[in-house]
Design a protein around this ligand. Structure first.
Ligand code: ADP
Length: 214
């Protein structure tokens, strides 16, 4: 576990090393008017967490990593596959009515739509509302009529970092991304299999965990 919260003394040590590297523990202790023994646990934490580098007989170096770069490194290390949840999927021929029922029953704000098992579209709450106002027959019209279609679907892949997925959600102003795997359809054309989803809730949950230092 990375030590994210540093004490005031540890922050001071970092400043001293940054301005005077390489510097021995003896000299750091002198500047702080403390004994080397008092500093030992702080120096151990700072080297173990990678903020300082210790070279025998030379002294301590500053690695340039800040507390913030640790948080960002930690987030970048988390992959979509570590966090994806179960996608809610219906076939293109499902009626708008059944799509609305699915949205309620599954307590989701976005439904992914497939054709012959491959991603063909996305339907959100607003798509349903827009078309309810439009007066389409909910029972007779397939969901395919109102969905946002491929190739306009923004997707994410299992290996992508969760940060990049979150950036897509923000930049495109959408609530949810299908997690896809590349495949070939029956004609040998490139297609996507849906294997999960990343939503704003996924990101909020992660934010809370990081905030609670879990
Ligand atoms: P809401 O309807 O609750 O505002 P969104 O903001 O996610 O939900 O959806 C806004 C629009 O973007 C809808 O028309 C929806 O079909 C479309 N949309 C949602 N997710 C995606 C996605 N991953 N890729 C492309 N378009 C999407």
């Amino acid at each position: 576990m990375i030590q994210i919260q540093l004490s005031e003394r540890q922050e001071k040590i970092i400043d001293i090393v940054r301005d005077n590297e390489p510097i021995t523990s003896e000299n750091i202790a002198k500047r702080l008017e403390l004994t080397r023994a008092t500093l030992r646990p702080d120096l151990a934490i700072l080297t173990m967490s990678g903020i300082l580098d210790a070279r025998p007989k030379v002294g301590y170096f500053y690695t340039g990593k800040t507390t913030f770069s640790f948080i960002s490194e930690k987030i970048r290390g988390i992959k979509v596959m570590d966090r994806k949840s179960v996608p809610i999927i219906v076939d293109e021929e499902t009626s708008i009515y059944d799509g609305i029922v699915t949205m309620f029953l599954e307590d989701t704000s976005t439904i992914f739509v497939t054709s012959k098992g491959f991603l063909s579209g996305v339907v959100s709450r607003k798509d349903f509302l827009k078309n309810a106002i439009g007066g389409l027959s909910l029972n007779k019209t397939p969901i395919a009529v109102i969905m946002t279609r491929m190739p306009n679907i923004v997707v994410t892949k299992p290996e992508e970092s969760i940060l990049d997925a979150a950036i897509k959600l923000i930049d495109r102003e959408i609530d949810s991304l299908p997690v896809v795997e590349e495949a070939e359809d029956e004609n040998g054309s490139p297609a996507y299999k849906v294997i999960g989803r990343i939503t704003k809730t996924t990101i909020t949950r992660l934010f809370v965990e990081l905030g609670n230092n879990e």
